[in-house]
Design a protein around this ligand. Structure first.
Ligand code: NAD
Length: 359
């Protein structure tokens, strides 16, 4: 059956990097018979400009009908001052909530060719391969009540609510245990159970779900220690599962271990494997329109899309191998540049991946 893929280029460098990922999809269609139709849509600042909302109804209809979605990035200085509900980032939160994309999978994989790009010593990060599974629909980002209120003494107070129900914890825990089964069967659950009640429940439920996965070694770690361990000895981790807030921070920390934000893809999945795929970086307004952005994170997001939504592991591996090949050829965008390597722009990098795929 033909799979429908919705393409949401977004803002800033989004359109530039997504164009390269679309070339890869077109190549897979022509050379490998991948059965997909691509449709374009608007999300973020460009949607605010064209249709007055960051996640307009038109995009909502397209997203609900799609089997998978490929997103560039949203946001930029142009929309920073507008009222909060219209901000591009709200579009991202809205599409995740609307499609119930509750599981965010973020691999932090260090390509051996880029070991020197990490801020850490090569011996600490060489061979790094971590998967962070972050819950995406709950926690303090969505908890009610929230707001800014005036206290009796006249002072203002900002407040948010950290909350997790046991069913929300259970479904993300199951995704993480299943993922660990496909890897090295080690799962570390990260929380702050020594201080927070929502973490206390988190730990209890993860432990209970763990009884169904006796083949996976489960451990628990407090988030402050996890942050430290990620920098001290990151290779001790295989899969990490955590809530929305802690996952937001830890996954960025893990990303930096690899040296380039321009290399890392992500997937956000619903319970049926439908997913939104996007690079972990933002819209990089500082380099937008200059043809300098690294498209590899977006191209690797296509590989995740093939793996998790289209069940085409064979093609996912081909795309990942093609990325490895262009790195072997010494091609580097500015963010991963190194002495002796060949500097290329966004389009040349995309063309090289397509050539490696087609060759
Ligand atoms: P950013 O990730 O856009 O940029 C951080 C730094 O990394 C910049 O110097 C940028 O040039 C560089 N960079 C990012 N992606 C790159 C790539 N593919 N190739 C080369 N260099 C790259 O983060 P920021 O500057 O904090 O945010 C910029 C905008 O993006 C903001 O409006 C923010 O809200 C938005 N944002 C969106 C998402 C998303 O769409 N998922 C995520 C994070 C930030």
């Amino acid at each position: 059956m033909t799979a429908k893929i919705l393409i949401l280029p977004g803002d800033g460098i989004g359109p530039e990097i997504v164009a390269e990922a679309v070339k890869v999809l077109e190549c897979l269609r022509q050379e490998y018979g991948l059965d997909v139709v691509l449709e374009q849509g608007l999300l973020g600042g460009c949607a605010v400009d064209a249709l007055g909302a960051p996640y307009p109804e038109q995009t909502q209809r397209q997203a609900r009908a799609a089997d998978a979605i490929l997103l560039g990035a949203v946001g930029g200085p142009k929309w920073e001052q507008i009222e909060r509900p219209l901000r591009p980032e709200r579009g991202l939160l809205a599409i995740r909530a609307d499609l119930e994309l509750f599981a965010n999978l973020r691999p932090a994989l260090l390509y051996p060719q880029l070991a020197s790009a990490s801020a850490l010593k090569p011996e600490i990060v060489a061979g790094l391969d971590i998967l962070i599974v972050r819950e995406l629909n709950g926690d303090i980002y969505f908890g009610q009540p929230r707001g800014i209120r005036k206290l009796d003494n006249g002072e203002r107070e900002g407040f948010n609510t950290m909350r997790y129900s046991s069913s929300e914890i259970e479904r993300i825990a199951r995704v993480a245990f299943e993922a660990a089964r496909k890897r090295h069967r080690k799962l570390c659950s990260v929380d702050k159970a020594n201080v927070l009640e929502s973490s206390e429940l988190w730990r209890e439920v993860v432990e209970r779900v763990g009884a169904d996965y006796p083949d996976v070694t489960l451990s628990h770690m407090y988030v402050d220690n996890a942050a430290m361990q990620l920098v001290r000895a990151p290779k001790q981790f295989d899969v990490i599962v955590t809530g929305n807030l802690f996952g937001d921070i830890l996954s960025d920390c893990a990303a930096m271990l690899t040296g380039s934000i321009g290399m890392l893809p992500s997937a956000s999945l619903d319970r049926n494997g439908k997913g939104l795929y996007e690079p972990i970086h933002g819209s990089a307004p500082d380099i937008a329109g200059k043809g300098m952005a690294n498209p590899l994170a977006t191209i690797l997001s296509v590989a995740m899309l093939l793996r998790y939504s289209l069940n085409r592991l064979d093609l996912a591996e081909r795309v990942e191998a093609a990325v490895g090949q262009v790195l072997d050829q010494g091609l580097r965008t500015l963010d991963i540049s190194a002495p002796g390597m060949t500097a290329v722009g966004t389009q040349a990098m995309g063309d090289a991946v397509v050539a490696a795929l087609a060759g």
